[in-house]
Design a protein around this ligand. Structure first.
Ligand code: UT7
Length: 335
């Protein structure tokens, strides 16, 4: 029997910082509104005309994670890539990582579970490791949102929130059953698929239809979010799925040493923190600096936590996410 441990971690964010004040120049918004409703002060957006991409950022994060794990490229058995903003409609970005890193011809799987993509990826990788199939799995969460956002007053409720960046981990098989992933919990509710979605491009709505359609105003190519509705569902599902993980492991909320919630909105994290009665030092947030980086948000936050030496051996780490789909999930990890 094996368990899965996070052996290496790395992250990459583009250099270009976009402050709320910068957004005031291109849309009807304000630093005050953004900070009050979301907690965000700034985010990273790749420079227009830069050659950065979702896969290139993911590659940088992956290199750091591999280095940090102290393994060679040849030891990677499988790639899982989570993103909602892939380089191409197809193929997925996993194969681009395989190419960019010059890896062996290992399997590459793409995950399309948006904000909970990293938790889904972790859960799948954990099963492969526990079954004995693979020893080292590279998981990447990367998003280049900025290119797809509607940076105007029409798109302001979405565009001020999302940022670019990537995080990666090496999940490794271990014989020490006292450590590693204790359990993962995954859910979906497709009846709300369109409440947070980008509808096009889609095989049902391809370029010829777009050109033919006199009513097409480009909005179906921009992310749509029913913000209030998503918010209300998020706070309920975060709590449910964290409690599910605690119950599964016969633990109570006091056992959580560190919670890293997916960075969707600081108000959501604070609500969850309050419900769990956790002190500030037990909840890690960095949305202030990066905005919502979707599949990258948890690995970026975890990488910063490790950098800051905030986790000790034996600590119980809780990860939880909710987002488009709707999909949501949690993971409990004994560090
Ligand atoms: O990670 C995936 C999951 N995503 C989430 O969990 C996000 C969940 N939702 C949210 O975070 C919040 O709903 C938002 C931050 C998106 C919006 O905050 P809100 O408090 O729900 O605001 P609202 O949508 O109710 O909008 C309030 C007002 C509206 O104006 P009126 O109708 O009251 O005149 C909006 O038009 O704020 C307006 N507004 C803005 N004003 C300035 C919306 N976006 C902006 C903006 N700047 N960027």
């Amino acid at each position: 029997m094996k368990t899965s441990i996070i052996k290496g971690i790395g992250y990459y964010v583009p250099e270009n910082i976009v402050k709320n004040k910068d957004l005031e120049k291109i849309m009807d918004t304000s630093d005050e509104w953004i900070q009050e409703r979301t907690g965000i002060r700034e985010r990273r957006w790749v420079l227009e005309n830069s050659d950065e991409s979702t896969s290139s950022m993911g590659t940088e994060a992956a290199k750091k994670a591999i280095d940090n794990a102290g393994i060679s490229h040849d030891q990677i058995d499988f790639i899982i890539f989570a993103t909602l903003s892939p380089d191409y409609f197809f193929p997925g970005s996993g194969v681009l990582i395989q190419r960019n890193l010059g890896l062996k011809e290992v399997g590459a799987l793409d995950i399309r579970n948006q904000c909970s993509g990293f938790i889904y990826a972790l859960s799948i990788a954990d099963q492969y490791i526990k079954s004995g199939m693979y020893k080292n799995i590279l998981i990447v969460g990367s998003e280049l949102h900025s290119g797809g956002l509607e940076k105007s007053t029409r798109g302001r409720n979405v565009s001020v929130i999302f940022g670019d960046g990537a995080g990666a981990v090496i999940l490794q098989a271990s014989d020490d059953l006292e450590k590693g992933i204790m359990s993962t919990h995954l859910h979906s509710e497709g009846k709300y698929a369109e409440e947070l979605a980008v509808i096009s491009p889609a095989t049902k709505k391809w370029i010829d239809k777009l050109v033919e359609d006199p009513d097409e105003d480009g909005s179906s190519y921009a992310p749509y979010m029913n913000g209030n509705f998503v918010f209300k569902n998020a706070v309920v599902r975060f709590m449910e799925v964290i409690n599910e993980a605690l119950v599964k492991n016969n633990l109570t909320k006091e056992a959580i040493d560190l919670l890293i919630p997916h960075q969707a909105n600081l108000r959501i994290s604070q609500f969850v923190q309050k419900q769990l009665a956790l002190p500030n030092e037990k909840v890690y947030n960095n949305i202030m600096k990066y905005g919502n980086t979707t599949a990258a948000s948890i690995p970026i936050a975890l990488a910063e936590v490790i950098e800051k030496d905030m986790l000790n051996e034996g600590d119980v780490l809780c990860l939880a996410a909710f987002g488009s789909g709707f999909t949501w999930g949690s993971a409990l990890i004994r560090w």
